[in-house]
Ligand binder design. Structure first.
Ligand code: GDP
Length: 441
């Protein structure tokens, strides 16, 4: 089950339960069975799912919950905690720091998405102000250097490799030395995907890598447990990145299986493009899966794209519940800069990846651009009003004429505005959590 579907099934099960007039044993069981089914379909190990079900039942003792207790909230919290427990594998062995040179070595089987992920990892950090560099120490696969070179060039990231040299150790050492001299703070070494070579590479490099990241394809589901164990035995894996979470049914199984080897997942790959890459943090991830939004992911994106001086103002306006057409316009501008919009929307409570389906981004982007053209024909009064009633017939006709669009389309855009305004109005007074602080959930 692709993640959006898994999340959809779990949140639907919780929703159905809250719709029931009385939450009794039968309703709870139905809800838990639904969640169990979704997790098993996603290839999460049977024992983990069974333990989770038992634990939730233990925590949520319906008879002990006096009337007035918010059962729905208690159950949702229990599901949240149990899912977090399944996915939590602690902290990575090392976290690179901006401005301090670190060497990060990538290992993983061929085809897992290693080379693509090296570039995504570099690009992610580059956008946050780091100075990353890529070294291709894969001398085994013909074309590996070309692939890395191509990716790196596209992302404007310095790279190093050789067509002639056959010794990966030599390339790795030379590359690391060179980029250290150039003051790069994140030197990423891509390897060939053969256990023996990687173990030797690790041993023989003059400067041992600070962190070894194991890259794994999520399509193998719970078999990820054996693969992660095998790699851990040959090289000191400090963190894991799970790729292809966008297209495979078994993503949940892979994530939970990796966690069971006590290897923390730090990022997930959600597509072939450079920016289809997300930080993996257990609590925000589960929160998003349950349709509760992912404030830290959203804030991360806001910090990435909204100019620093506009951030406090935007958050202030949103928390006042004043969602005007101008805010919608500015947010559309930001969304167009943010990259895959399905990713951004899925972090907001009230939106789901199902609303902005993957693969239909082009359509959604075109729609946003169309809306923005119409808003360009609006007056300041219209843009700054938070009262949709001022949009009378003559104004709508004028906007349609001004933007060369149909009246029907202007009305559709205003409907979308009302829908968004309604969602945001629920957040009135909400304290936006600071980065990483999920206590407001
Ligand atoms: P390597 O052999 O491990 O270096 O793997 P590559 O980086 O060459 O990737 C193998 C294939 O997987 C390529 O076609 C990539 O575009 C694709 N790929 C990598 N990561 C992802 C991902 O997160 N999602 C999807 N859909 N494809 C990916």
């Amino acid at each position: 089950m692709v993640l959006a579907q898994l999340g959809g099934s779990i949140s639907r099960a919780l929703q159905q339960m809250s719709n029931a007039t009385v939450i009794d044993e039968k309703v709870l069981n139905e809800c838990l069975n639904e969640i169990t089914r979704a997790l098993l379909q996603s290839d999460v190990q049977f024992k983990l799912v069974r333990d989770m079900q038992t634990n939730i039942k233990k925590i949520v003792n319906l008879e002990d919950l006096a009337a007035g207790h918010n059962k729905r909230k208690i159950i949702q919290q229990a599901v949240f905690n149990e899912l977090c427990k399944i996915l939590d594998a602690g902290k990575p062995s090392f976290t690179p720091k901006k401005g301090k040179p670190s060497v990060v070595m990538f290992v993983g089987l061929q085809g897992s998405g290693k080379t693509t992920t090296c570039t995504k990892y570099a690009y992610y950090h580059q956008k946050k102000g780091w100075k990353p560099a890529l070294v291709c120490a894969d001398t085994f696969r013909a074309g590996a250097f070309d692939q890395l070179k191509q990716n790196a060039t596209k992302a404007k990231i310095p790279f190093y490799g050789s067509y002639m040299e056959s010794d990966p150790v030599k390339i790795a050492v030379d590359g690391v030395d060179r980029f250290k001299k150039e003051n790069c703070d994140l030197i990423i070494v891509d390897t060939s995907g053969r256990h023996k070579q990687e173990a030797a590479l690790f041993e023989e490099m003059r400067q041992k890598p600070d962190l070894v990241i194991f890259v794994m394809d999520s399509s193998i589901g719970q078999a990820a447990f054996d693969q992660a164990q095998a790699f851990k035995q040959s090289v000191a894996v400090g963190a894991v990145i799970v790729t292809k979470m966008d297209g495979h049914a078994k993503g949940g199984g892979a994530l939970s299986a990796v966690a069971a080897t006590k290897s923390p997942v730090i990022f997930i790959g959600t597509g072939e493009h450079m920016d289809e890459f997300e930080v993996f943090d257990v609590k925000p991830f589960v929160s998003r899966l349950l349709g509760m939004g992912d404030w830290s992911g959203f804030m991360d994106k806001i910090h990435e794209v909204v100019p620093m001086d506009q951030q406090p103002e935007l958050l202030q306006k949103l928390s006042e519940g004043n969602f005007t057409l101008r805010i919608m316009y500015e947010q559309f501008q930001n969304i167009l800069k943010m990259g895959p919009i399905s990713q951004v929307f899925s972090m907001l409570p009230g939106f789901s990846a199902e609303l902005m389906p993957k693969g239909r981004e082009k359509e959604s982007q075109a729609k946003i651009k169309r809306y923005m053209t119409m808003m360009d024909s609006m007056t300041n009064e219209e843009l700054d009003s938070s009262n949709p009633k001022i949009m009378n017939e003559s104004r709508i006709m004028r906007i349609a004429r001004g933007s060369g669009r149909q009246v029907r389309e202007v009305m559709e855009m205003l409907e979308e505005y009302k829908r968004l305004a309604k969602i945001w109005s629920k957040m009135k007074g909400l304290k936006f959590p600071k980065k990483g602080d999920m206590s407001a959930l």
